[in-house]
Design a protein around this ligand. Structure first.
Ligand SMILES: Cc1cc2nc3c(=O)[nH]c(=O)nc-3n(C[C@H](O)[C@H](O)[C@H](O)COP(=O)(O)OP(=O)(O)OC[C@H]3O[C@@H](n4cnc5c(N)ncnc54)[C@H](O)[C@@H]3O)c2cc1C
Length: 451
């Protein structure tokens, strides 16, 4: 029966359609996270917009849910939707820049590197993320933490327009004039409202960066974490800091403070002097760099590893967090680490009403990233990440985490807790308008408001 329906989908579209058993299906289905094993009924790589519209209507007639893949980096496996239609935009890549208007239009399957390369050619940048191989689609629609976080806000704050195919196959041109409520919802409401095919960003000049890492080890690591919190408390907008904590080879906790300074080395050096001078700091590789070099600071983490991430958007930075980092970094894991992405500056000053994104009041995204290869380690690694999340939960804003770093078994309550109650109610109304049957539920799901 479904085979017949998939044949029908092939007949209605020009792009590549794959179903289980077809060559190419398995790699196209594979999730970033090897723990996510969802198997779509069919995968469409659309050739054009009419393909997407036809596929959405086909899914409605076949009573199938729809998943969307851009860069494919969903750690929760949302872009390998089990028993659903997967619309795979991973080949919809590329961005064009209007340097006079300071805007970029990007196809929604673009990776950060596509957007960055296009904007960099004009000395411009969009706030996006810190790993160049992640997709702009999932990242922007659900927040977006980058090296421009404190000077420009979250990636979703720079979203000024989009093209959206809704659950009934309508195409909405979304911007502040035509669809202000939808634009608000796309700034943080994730993939709940349909298939975004294009994203438009406001750009900003970034002529120079100064970045790299400061590494700390030894007995004074806890004190170095607290000093980082002090530096953050009075940091200028140009400075973005992240703390990574892991277990060193000798079993002791080690940390790295990762730095992105928007500007010249003199200003950056002064801004982090209190950290560079700390006695536990044993190594630094900070240097002047271009925006593209800053974006390449982190090595991509490959597809196919086992991953379980869990954390909280926290409302304060204090000794509880320092102790949690030290305790978790002392425990034995494989490639796992705890991450603290610090938030200040413009990310806080943009009014809540600008975007649906629910983490604006947070001072940090604090997440355990358990990463390993051997299924025999599943239980221990998942338990490690959960323990860390429990340790930092007293600091949590509302009990929710950063929705771009979702745990595999994320509950509906944790999704709701990621938003202030007013935003949540408004998002549920918007969901009811655009996707009343909740056909797009492979995401941090917003249930449609009751009739
Ligand atoms: C190695 C790694 C590094 C990361 N670094 C950062 C970082 O620096 N900053 C940060 O903020 N986040 C970061 N993330 C998290 C990242 O933002 C999310 O994983 C995000 O979902 C990636 O987007 P994607 O398009 O690659 O994902 P996909 O797996 O393709 O999509 C995930 C979900 O997003 C939605 N979606 C994606 N595209 C569309 C679309 N066009 N229309 C509608 N819905 C869509 C769908 O619900 C989809 O299921 C990182 C993740 C990884 C794995």
């Amino acid at each position: 029966m479904l085979g017949e329906a998939v044949r029908d989908l092939r007949g209605r579209t020009r792009g590549e359609v794959m179903e289980p058993g077809d060559g190419g299906y398995e790699p196209a289905r594979a999730a970033y996270n090897a723990m996510a094993t969802g198997r779509p009924v069919a995968i469409l790589r659309p050739a054009d917009m009419p393909d997407i519209i036809a596929a959405v209507r086909w899914a409605a007639e076949s009573d199938l849910a729809i998943g969307v893949r851009g860069g494919g980096h969903s750690v929760a496996g949302h872009s390998s939707p089990n028993g659903a239609l997967l619309i795979d935009l991973s080949r919809w890549r590329g961005a064009t820049v209007d340097p006079a208007a300071y805007t970029a239009d990007a196809l929604a399957g673009s990776r950060l590197m596509d957007l960055d390369a296009a904007t960099f050619a004009h000395g411009l940048a969009a706030p996006s993320g810190t790993f160049i191989d992640t997709g702009i689609g999932g990242l922007t629609l659900t927040g977006g933490i980058s090296w421009l976080l404190s000077s420009e806000g979250f990636a979703c704050d720079a979203l000024t327009g989009a093209q959206l195919v809704t659950a009934d196959g309508d195409v909405l041109e979304v911007d502040e004039q035509r669809e202000p409520e939808v634009l608000w919802g796309l700034r943080g409401g994730g993939g709940n409202f349909g298939i975004v095919t294009h994203l438009r960003y406001a750009l900003t000049p970034v002529p120079a960066m100064f970045g790299g890492r400061l590494r700390f080890r030894g007995d004074a690591v806890r004190e170095a974490i607290l000093r980082t919190f002090e530096v953050e408390a009075s940091a200028p907008d140009e400075l973005v800091l992240a703390i990574v904590a892991w277990r060193a080879e000798d079993g002791s906790p080690a940390i790295s403070v990762n730095v992105g300074w928007r500007g010249d080395p003199e200003g950056g050096t002064a801004a982090i002097r209190a950290l560079a001078d700390h006695p536990a700091c044993y190594e630094t590789d900070l240097k002047a760099m271009s925006w593209l070099q800053q974006q390449s600071l982190y090595q991509p983490i490959p597809f196919g590893l086992r991953q379980y991430w869990k954390g909280h958007l926290v409302g304060r930075l204090d000794e509880t967090l320092a102790d949690a980092l030290i305790a978790s970094a002392a425990e034995e894991t494989n490639e796992s680490f705890a991450l603290v992405e610090l938030i200040h500056g413009r990310a806080h000053r943009i009014p809540e009403s600008w975007a649906a994104f629910g983490g604006r009041a947070a001072v940090a995204n604090v997440t355990a990233l358990a990463i390993w290869s051997d299924p025999a380690d599943d239980e221990a690694e998942i338990a490690w990440a959960r323990r860390f999340a429990d340790r930092v939960s007293p600091l949590s804003l509302r009990g929710g985490g950063y929705l771009n770093y979702p745990e595999l078994d994320q509950t509906a309550a944790r999704v709701a807790a990621a938003y202030p109650p007013d935003s949540w109610a408004r998002l549920r109304q918007l969901k009811r308008r655009l996707d009343p049957a909740n056909r797009f539920h492979f995401n941090a799901n917003i249930p449609p408001a009751d009739a």
